[in-house]
Design a protein around this ligand. Structure first.
Ligand code: GUN
Ligand code: FE
Length: 460
């Protein structure tokens, strides 16, 4: 007989609200495996489940804690093999020189299956229980990506990338083909994984970004997003060269947020990657609509050469999560994004360079770029990588531990000196946890990972 419940005893640490660390020691969490939800949290051992139910009891070793799985709000699945390399040129050149050719190779579903399997296994063993993926332009390979997420049990939002202009001939789509394939993708993914808020894998309408999409494509994708009520993801206000290009393409509307709003792509389920060059008024517009930002501190340093003013935009009411942005970001581990989010927020005046001499708007933008912001503290950064990211993706039952929430969790080994039982300098669970988040944590410290109540990774 299969187990119906999981009773886990140990120390549970989460951040139910921004900056609020919750540590529950000597605690029992009961999970209903079929629904993947937490049914009780108590300091008393739960009683036998009723009827024919059968429980599996797991006692965590003393050096282990359990934390919510990470939520990676922005990953380019077909760029995985590029991770850590080929970042010597600005964004637009980088796409042309390295990224479009790498993505074009996903016309082969065998290649897609191989690379996506490697990526999803890697993310799971890093403790990423939810990821929001950009696929390539190909329908078949994007369906493979959705399937691989389902096969390995990762919670995922998956988009077939769309681009019908400014992309080399060997990779470009037609407007009609892109719209047709996007609709087929939405229908297929929903047929396989369901169309509810509870579905493990969900389709996302994914215009790559304004420069590579014609107005006809943007409008058509806006219509599909409304017709099916699905998520939308794209890049916005990312880098100096990208902002300048959009401005030259749209001399009247000028800005990503205005353009996306005009074509119906700004919805409460829209996730905009980067946004480092966003104006305060645009952040307020996102907040009013309920759209969110996926901040990718690693690639923001690389391409935007800027820092997202996280606290400033949070105060304006924008939901913010973190993304690795593989391969614009150089790490598959969300702890890197968490640490960098805290670290880069401390650099004062690290704003994009003034680059457009003679531009009548340059001074106005320069003022915007001098924006003051409060630093992001480490507990807040952990929140952004877990609960904050879940809320940014509209996953209200993910990212923290409460009754009724999903059991998406990671068992972490907190020990940091191999041979010593009692670790010198270790004063409290909170300090050990901080040491893990800000210092010693990494892939090797992840022992076990669950998604939706099911074990999806275990060491050894
Ligand atoms: N803007 C458009 N495409 C991309 C991409 O693949 N990566 C990043 N970081 N930005 C983009
Ligand atoms: Fe990106």
């Amino acid at each position: 007989m299969e187990f119906t419940h999981l009773d886990i005893y140990g120390t549970f640490i989460d951040t139910p609200a921004s900056g609020e660390l919750r540590i529950r020691e000597d605690t029992w969490v009961r999970v209903d495996i079929a629904s993947g939800t937490i049914v009780s949290i108590s300091t008393e051992m739960p009683s036998e489940p009723p009827g024919r139910a059968r429980k599996k009891v797991v006692r965590m070793p003393p050096e282990a804690i359990v934390v919510p799985g990470f939520v990676d709000c922005h990953v380019h699945a077909p760029q995985y093999k590029q991770l850590g390399t080929k970042t010597d040129v600005p964004l637009m050149e980088w796409l042309e020189k390295y990224t479009f050719p790498a993505e074009a190779a996903f016309s082969s579903t065998e290649h897609a299956e191989k690379v996506y399997t490697q990526l999803i296994r890697r993310l799971l063993r890093n403790g990423t229980t939810t990821a929001c993926y950009f696929g390539s332009n190909h329908l078949a390979a994007s369906l493979v990506l959705a399937d691989v997420c389902g096969k390995f049990g990762q919670r995922a939002l998956v988009g077939k990338n769309c681009s019908d202009q400014l992309v080399p001939d060997f990779y470009v789509e037609t407007t009609e083909g892109s719209l047709k394939d996007t609709e087929s993708f939405i229908i297929e993914v929903r047929k396989k994984f369901g169309a509810t808020e509870d579905s493990l894998v969900m389709p996302v309408v994914t215009p790559r970004f304004v420069p590579t999409c014609s107005v006809g494509l943007l409008k058509g994708l806006g219509e599909l997003a409304h017709k099916y009520g699905v998520h939308v993801q794209t890049h916005a206000a990312e880098s100096v060269d990208q902002v300048a290009l959009v401005r030259s393409q749209f001399p009247v509307l000028r800005r990503d947020v205005t353009i996306l709003s005009t074509v119906g792509l700004l919805t409460p389920k829209t996730v905009l990657a980067h946004c480092t060059h966003l104006y305060d008024a645009e952040a307020s517009a996102l907040s009013a609509i309920g759209a969110s930002i996926a901040s990718c501190p690693y690639s923001n340093m690389l391409f935007a050469r800027a820092v997202l003013p996280v606290n400033r935009f949070s105060k304006l009411g924008v939901k913010i999560g973190l993304g690795t942005d593989i391969a614009g970001g150089h790490s598959a581990n969300m702890l890197s994004a968490v640490r960098l989010a805290a670290l880069v927020s401390r650099i004062e005046g690290f704003r994009p360079p003034k680059e457009r001499a003679g531009d009548p708007f340059a001074d106005e933008e320069e003022e915007e770029r001098k924006r003051e912001d409060e630093p992001v503290e480490w507990k807040q950064a952990f929140y952004l990588g877990t609960r904050g990211g879940a809320l940014a993706l509209g996953l209200d039952r993910v990212g923290a531990f409460d009754v009724g929430m999903k059991w998406d969790a990671v068992e972490v080994d907190l020990s940091w000196e191999e041979e010593e039982e009692e670790q010198e300098g270790s004063e409290s669970t909170q300090e050990d946890f901080e040491r893990w988040v800000c210092g010693h944590g990494g892939e090797a410290s992840v022992r076990k990972v669950w998604v939706d109540g099911k074990e999806v990774f275990a060491i050894g």
